[in-house]
Design a protein around this ligand. Structure first.
Ligand SMILES: Nc1nc2c(ncn2[C@@H]2O[C@H](COP(=O)(O)OP(=O)(O)OP(=O)(O)O)[C@@H](O)[C@H]2O)c(=O)[nH]1
Ligand SMILES: [Mg+2]
Length: 259
């Protein structure tokens, strides 16, 4: 109803437009996933299906929201980098945050069966979310490096911790044994006590997961002479590579390209 006496209530709404020309990072994180992973009996420290489910939801995000340039995920968290030029909902923070996190959560529920066909979803998964803006691609790269370093540190600790527990130590004893240890001590412990070469563990566990669009060459047909006819196509890819340093960004200059 236009111009009713109640219209004044709209004046209480606050303006929440994000600053222009900034990259927008939406990071979501599973709420109480320590319990959620125990209730659903996830493998420790890394459950491949749980991680692949997260990745699949991140692919759906990239496909659904055209302004997302890059996703990075580890454990129960995912970061979505929105292009600096995005005008999605006039850059309103509440819209980007709420639409992003609710879409991801719905996908998680819808796709659960694809990754856990024999496990009932016993609790509603839900995620918290925050938004941070960065004015330079360099800071976005540093942000992503920060998350990837975190992934490595946590994974190394968790791998040692669960190996110690599986070998008969209590959780408290494992914690005590790992207190104050450096990265090289943990690698040494894994190798000498458990015969594990940390470097050989799956890249998804050590480096997390990246989701982005890339040009991929595919064979469309074989011509009369028997030669493959190739076509370059843009595809959403998921991989587990180093995004610390410049190499990845030099190889993919368009992902975080500034206008
Ligand atoms: N077993 C197992 N647990 C996982 C896996 N991925 C995530 N988790 C659990 O999820 C937690 C994620 O860390 P946090 O986000 O700090 O913990 P949280 O319980 O979700 O706490 P809040 O985010 O503060 O609600 C880890 O500590 C693990 O307990 C997995 O692949 N396997
Ligand atoms: Mg969490």
């Amino acid at each position: 109803m236009a111009n009713s006496k109640y219209e004044y209530v709209k004046k209480f709404e606050v303006e929440d437009k994000l600053p222009p020309c900034n990259w927008v990072i939406l990071r979501i994180d599973g709420c109480h996933f320590h319990r959620f992973s125990a209730v659903h009996d996830f493998e420790k420290p890394n459950d491949v299906n749980a991680l692949m489910l997260m990745n699949s939801c991140a692919v759906a995000m990239l496909e659904h929201f055209p302004d997302i340039a890059f996703d990075y995920g580890v454990s129960d968290e995912y970061s979505f980098i929105w292009k600096e030029t995005s005008q999605f909902y006039q850059r309103r923070a509440s819209k980007i945050l709420s639409l992003g996190v609710s879409f991801f959560t719905s996908m998680y529920v819808i796709k659960w069966r694809d990754f856990f066909p024999h496990k009932e979803l016993k609790e509603p998964p839900y995620f918290d979310a925050r938004i941070v803006c960065y004015p330079r691609a360099k800071i976005v790269r540093d942000y992503l490096s920060w998350r990837q370093v975190d992934c490595h540190i946590n994974n190394q600790y968790n791998t040692c911790f669960w190996k110690l527990v599986q070998s008969g130590k209590s959780e408290k004893e494992a914690q005590e044994l790992l207190k104050g240890t450096l990265a090289k001590d943990k690698n040494e412990m894994l190798f000498t006590q458990f015969g594990i070469n940390y470097d050989k563990l799956p890249a998804m566990f050590k480096k997390g997961s990246c989701v982005y669009k890339d040009h991929v060459e595919e064979t469309v047909k074989i011509d009369e002479a028997g030669n493959p006819v190739k076509r370059r196509r843009q595809m959403v890819v998921v991989d587990h590579i180093d995004i610390i340093g410049n190499k990845f960004w030099k190889d993919h200059p368009n992902i975080l390209k500034e206008d």
